[in-house]
Design a protein around this ligand. Structure first.
Ligand code: SF4
Length: 400
């Protein structure tokens, strides 16, 4: 049975109600258990458990150190293209946004990657909008092949594909696939995705399974917090992770915790998750899934990232840019608008989207990041907190 079939049977609204109604006694009992079961997750994210955040934090911290040691895996996103055929209300790359767009050539991708390598990174996340004309499967395969020799960890965050289309990407050297469901609430999903292939909720939800069948051995999942009720999303992604751990057992599963950030289009979050609730959720995921990687991006502020780090986070991005060419200015001279799949030269004169000479690149980013510290500074901070920043992979942590 696919996860979609299992997901359709989940009484998620009832789970949310159960979570909200959890008593202090029940929350305490759950936290005292030596083994947390899926049925316990609603209690872990309850307001009552939120009152016990210190206890949760201590347990999560201990468990993370037992399973992962004192290591934080660092990675960087490399944006290949900000072209997209979808309209996602919360994303700056939406096709109807008149942003400045570009797709990097292979040489430009190499340039960006070289810069990240010089900063120390060996794990890279290749990100692109979904646009078959500019970001074809062949293009992605060529990008991966161009980087494979120098990059032991290559993950992708690109438009979902069929299993057979994924296989050449794995053969070229990609080992991880990240696909955010964005929201597990079908109604909100339909409201947010107004045009393009992304409207198909089930197709997206099944993506990690297709990726696994094609040979990917790192699977990253997550909602985007700020669209639907955060407890509904957390219960859903916990069920999804549980499914993947049971059915895709050769893969390492990671859960991210992205909260909506400002972007082109100026979309305002529809729901709120506080910093404290985010911390509770990190702990809850760790207690529920001792071996799952927990990913924290530069969407959060330095102060919050530093505070969340000891609670269960195992992977962080650092020094990130969310615009293609953001690290070196690669592709700057090719910036354009795209209308109905056609490249449109930039009109001269002032406009909201006019290129700015003082920026390294003029491509528009996907969203504004909150932690702008360079990678070296984040790595130093990780060391100061008593952890080892790992640039390569988990095993290499023992030798680097
Ligand atoms: S979220 Fe992804 S699919 Fe949607 S507009 Fe942005 S890049 Fe395109």
């Amino acid at each position: 049975m696919s996860f979609v079939a299992e997901f359709n049977t989940l009484p998620l609204d009832a789970f949310v109600k159960k979570s909200l109604a959890t008593s202090s006694v029940a929350a305490r009992e759950t936290l005292g258990k030596s083994k947390i079961l899926p049925a316990d997750f609603a209690a872990l994210i309850s307001p009552a458990a939120g009152e016990l955040l210190e206890t949760m934090g201590r347990k999560a911290h201990t468990m993370t150190q037992q399973r992962f040691g004192k290591t934080i895996r660092l990675f960087a996103p490399l944006y290949l293209s900000n072209e997209c055929v979808n309209n996602c209300a919360y994303c700056g790359f939406s096709r109807d946004n008149p942003i400045l767009r570009v797709t990097l050539s292979l040489d430009e991708v190499r340039r960006e990657a070289e810069e990240l390598k010089s900063q120390g990174f060996r794990n890279i996340l290749l990100v692109a909008g979904e646009h078959p004309k500019f970001v074809s499967n062949h293009y992605l395969r060529d990008c991966i092949a161009a980087l494979h020799a120098d990059w032991p960890g290559i993950s992708l965050e690109v438009g979902p594909m069929e299993t057979d289309d994924y296989r050449p990407l794995v053969a070229a050297g990609a080992d991880g696939l990240v696909v955010y469901q964005e929201t597990y609430d079908r109604k909100v999903y339909a409201d947010m995705h107004t045009a393009g292939p992304k409207r198909n909720f089930d197709w997206r939800l099944e993506t990690p399974e297709r990726a696994y069948a094609a040979g990917f051995r790192r699977l990253g999942i997550s909602p985007l917090y700020g669209l639907a009720d955060w407890r509904y999303e957390a219960l859903s992604v916990a069920a999804h992770a549980d499914y993947l751990l049971r059915h895709c057992w050769k893969a390492a599963v990671t859960i991210s915790l992205p909260r909506l950030r400002p972007c082109a289009g100026e979309f305002e979050p529809l729901t709120h998750m506080s910093d404290r609730e985010l911390a509770q959720l990190v702990c809850a995921f760790r207690l529920m899934f001792p071996d799952v990687g927990i990913v924290l991006s530069t969407r959060e502020t330095p102060k919050l990232r530093d505070g969340l780090l000891p609670l269960g986070v195992t992977m962080m991005s650092a020094g990130s840019h969310t615009e293609p060419g953001g690290y070196t200015g690669a592709g700057k001279e090719k910036i354009h608008h795209t209308e109905r799949g056609r490249i449109v030269e930039l009109a001269s004169g002032a406009s909201e989207w006019a290129p700015q000479p003082d920026r390294a690149t003029n491509a528009t980013g996907q969203f504004n990041i909150a932690d702008e510290r360079p990678a070296a500074e984040v790595a130093e901070l990780i060391r100061k907190l008593g952890y080892e920043p790992v640039w390569k992979d988990w095993d290499a942590a023992l030798t680097t």
